[in-house]
Structures are given as structure tokens and as C-alpha cells.
Write a new protein. Structure first.
Length: 120
């Protein structure tokens, strides 16, 4: 199944868990063997494969043990800029988000557009 933005977080976790389950089987590893190689508990592997939320560090350990760590690079690729943009910047890297005066940010715009109601 392809991951889409329309999927709920729970559905994404289920799909990722199923993919990791298939990769573990392809590697001919039991949950206990994978847990030992990854340095996590067997219960953690069970929870990940079942689509439950887990600590990011635990997921990274499991990915390393399954030799899937290289896939994290494409998850959030390093920001690349053109040489011209780098010259214009001249070593100045943005450190925070700024807005023009009088321009509301997204959170303020959302608050202004939908009045608060009790029970929501």
C-alpha cells in the first residue's frame, strides 16, 4: 500500500509495521532475534509490527538491525541550495521564522477564522 497524506496516523503506523514485519521475515529473523540484534525488547518489536506508536530511537535501532537505516536519508533529505543562493546568503543561516508586521502567522489566522466553541 502506498502512503498518502490522506491516511490517518494510525493507518500509517499500521502500514509501516506491516512493512517492517515483511522485511523481518525476508531477513529470516524471529521477533526475538531482531530484538536482540537491535538491542530492544521483543515487546517493542511486537508493538512496532502491530502498528503501535514507539520511541523514535527504538525505531532507528530496529531499522539498523534490518539494514534499512539508509532509508532514513530520503525521509528528511539534507537541504541543498544552489551555488548562487549560497553566495547571496554569505554564511548567514536563518535561525527562526519571521513574519512581516501585521501579517498573521498560520496559528493566528486559524484562530481568527474559527471562533472558539465550548466542547470542541
Amino acid at each position: 500500500m502506498k502512503l498518502t497524506t490522506e491516511m490517518t496516523d494510525a493507518a500509517v503506523l499500521q502500514e509501516l509495521g506491516a512493512r517492517l514485519h515483511r522485511r523481518r521475515i525476508d531477513a529470516n529473523l524471529t521477533q526475538a532475534q531482531l530484538a536482540e540484534e537491535a538491542g530492544v525488547s521483543k515487546r517493542t518489536v511486537e508493538r512496532i509490527e502491530a502498528g503501535h506508536s514507539t520511541d523514535l530511537a527504538m525505531l532507528i535501532r530496529v531499522l539498523r538491525a534490518l539494514k534499512l537505516f539508509h532509508g532514513l536519508e530520503s525521509l528528511i533529505p539534507d537541504r541543498t541550495q544552489s551555488p548562487i543562493a549560497l553566495l547571496k546568503q554569505r554564511g548567514r543561516e536563518r535561525r527562526r521564522v519571521g513574519h512581516a508586521r501585521g501579517e498573521p502567522d498560520r496559528a493566528q489566522a486559524r484562530k481568527a477564522s474559527a471562533p472558539w466553541k465550548w466542547g470542541e
